[in-house]
Design a protein around this ligand. Structure first.
Ligand SMILES: Nc1ncnc2c1ncn2[C@@H]1O[C@H](COP(=O)(O)OP(=O)(O)OP(=O)(O)O)[C@@H](O)[C@H]1O
Ligand SMILES: C[C@@](O)(CCO)CC(=O)[O-]
Ligand SMILES: [Mg+2]
Length: 400
């Protein structure tokens, strides 16, 4: 038997990092997914004494003898799918040893934390059964689009779907439907996986990946948001690699050094997120036209970016993109943990977009192809200029 699940990546419209310190953030899922499949071997199969993990994108395969897992994690006892708990320090040490034994190539060492999260989620939910898990993803890893959360959500989904804590009766056209309590359980497990990868996640990434759409999130509480206006975001990947755990830790250290200043910054971000979500949700047309709303959103994004700079999580590559888009009066901000990774640019409705996403390679430099015919207010852009600017950004980072 094989089960499959997919979980989306996300963008953060406002509030990253501040959300770790209890402030409001707004996030939306995007149509790029991580896919997981789980299959148990047939009794006659050769693989009936191993747990295998195949990462299709990196072409890597990992395998653990079930007996070795039992020896290392014997203190875990029976699986406990309906009771998500944090990985105890002792178990995390044993899991790190199990991961080290796999000799991950040096260039791919960042995968180690993902492997640890995998082992914790699998053994906690499924116990010590032999199985094969296959992962592939549309998402660039470590770029601010929530690859770690989508990884943990898709894994939790397949592991739970073949556990006793799921009601298997509710299926539609072959797909199992998770009811609300099951989604909550899934989200809690994914959060435990995120903790292993991130150290101190707020939970926003796994929550938006679990529930989809757009959410407002504060101190673990989610509010679903429905946008009353179409929001088009250009996502540019700086291709500068970074790691969320280190960036989150850096902000916490700065907070310890300057508690009052950082608390004011977080507070300001909280107001930005609240205002941003109110604008997004307010009915159109109301007293504000779409253009006025977009102008407010742009200003809020710029202010949020300024505060992220104060937190120390911007990067020269991000600044280059900000300067470039600003020349065309387009507002941008980093998204996710920063330090490189992806940048969002709001594309106002006055820009006509011809997006042929399915035909585009998954390369965020050209994620959206922007052609322009705009002579709107003081915005007068030229499509060739914008396109050459795009290639300027990409050349500077060595990509086409
Ligand atoms: N498809 C995957 N296969 C294996 N490991 C993965 C996969 N996706 C994510 N990971 C794990 O998550 C890590 C990246 O997580 P990280 O939180 O640093 O970045 P991100 O989630 O892409 O960005 P952000 O947290 O800012 O949204 C990888 O180094 C790896 O350990
Ligand atoms: C940087 C951060 O705020 C968002 C990462 O996508 C971390 C978190 O909330 O867990
Ligand atoms: Mg992450």
């Amino acid at each position: 038997m094989e089960v499959k699940a997919r979980a989306p990546g996300k963008i953060i419209l406002s509030g990253e990092h501040a959300v770790v310190h209890g402030c409001t953030a707004v996030a939306a899922s995007i149509d790029l997914y991580t896919y997981a499949s789980l299959s148990f071997p047939s009794p006659s199969s050769e693989n009936d004494d191993t747990l295998n993990l195949r990462l299709k994108d990196s072409g890597l395969e990992f395998s653990w003898q079930i007996e070795r897992l039992k020896d290392a994690l014997s203190n875990l006892g029976c699986p406990f799918p309906s009771k998500p708990i944090s990985c105890p320090t002792e178990s995390l040490k044993s899991i790190s040893m199990l991961v080290e034994e796999q000799s991950i190539p040096e260039a791919k060492i960042a995968l180690a934390s993902g492997l640890s999260a995998f082992l914790w989620l699998y053994t906690s939910i499924q116990g010590f059964k032999p199985a094969t898990v296959v992962i592939n993803s549309d998402l660039p890893l470590g770029s601010g689009l929530g690859s770690s959360a989508a990884f943990c959500v898709s894994l939790s989904a397949v592991f739970l779907s073949l556990s006793d804590s799921m009601n298997k009766d509710r299926s539609q056209q072959g797909w199992l439907i998770f009811e609300d309590s099951e989604l909550q359980l899934l989200n809690k497990w994914a959060f435990e996986g995120e903790k292993i990868i991130h150290g101190k996640p707020s939970g926003i990434d796994n929550t938006v990946s679990t529930y989809g759409n757009m959410i407002k999130f504060k101190s673990g509480d989610l509010t679903r948001i429905k946008s009353s206006l179409p929001l088009r975001m250009l996502i540019t990947n700086t291709r500068v690699g970074r790691n969320t755990k280190a960036l989150v830790a850096g902000v916490s250290e700065r907070t310890l050094r300057h508690p009052d200043v950082m608390s004011s910054i977080f507070n300001a971000v909280d107001f930005i997120s609240r205002e941003l979500s109110a604008i997004i949700q307010s009915p159109t047309p109301d007293e504000l036209s779409i253009t006025e709303k977009e102008e407010k959103l742009e200003e809020l994004m710029e202010m949020n970016q300024g505060l992220l700079q104060c937190m120390g999580v911007s990067h020269a590559s991000i600044e280059t993109i900000l300067r470039t888009t600003l020349k065309y009066k387009l507002a941008s901000k980093l998204t996710g943990a920063g330090g490189g990774g992806c940048v969002l640019t709001l594309l106002p409705s006055c820009i006509l977009l011809f997006c042929s996403l399915p035909n585009l390679p998954v390369d965020y430099h050209f994620y959206f192809v922007v052609y322009l015919f705009v002579f709107y207010n003081d915005r007068c852009l030229d499509n060739m200029a914008l396109r050459s600017q795009n290639s300027l950004i990409s050349q500077q980072h060595g990509h086409r």
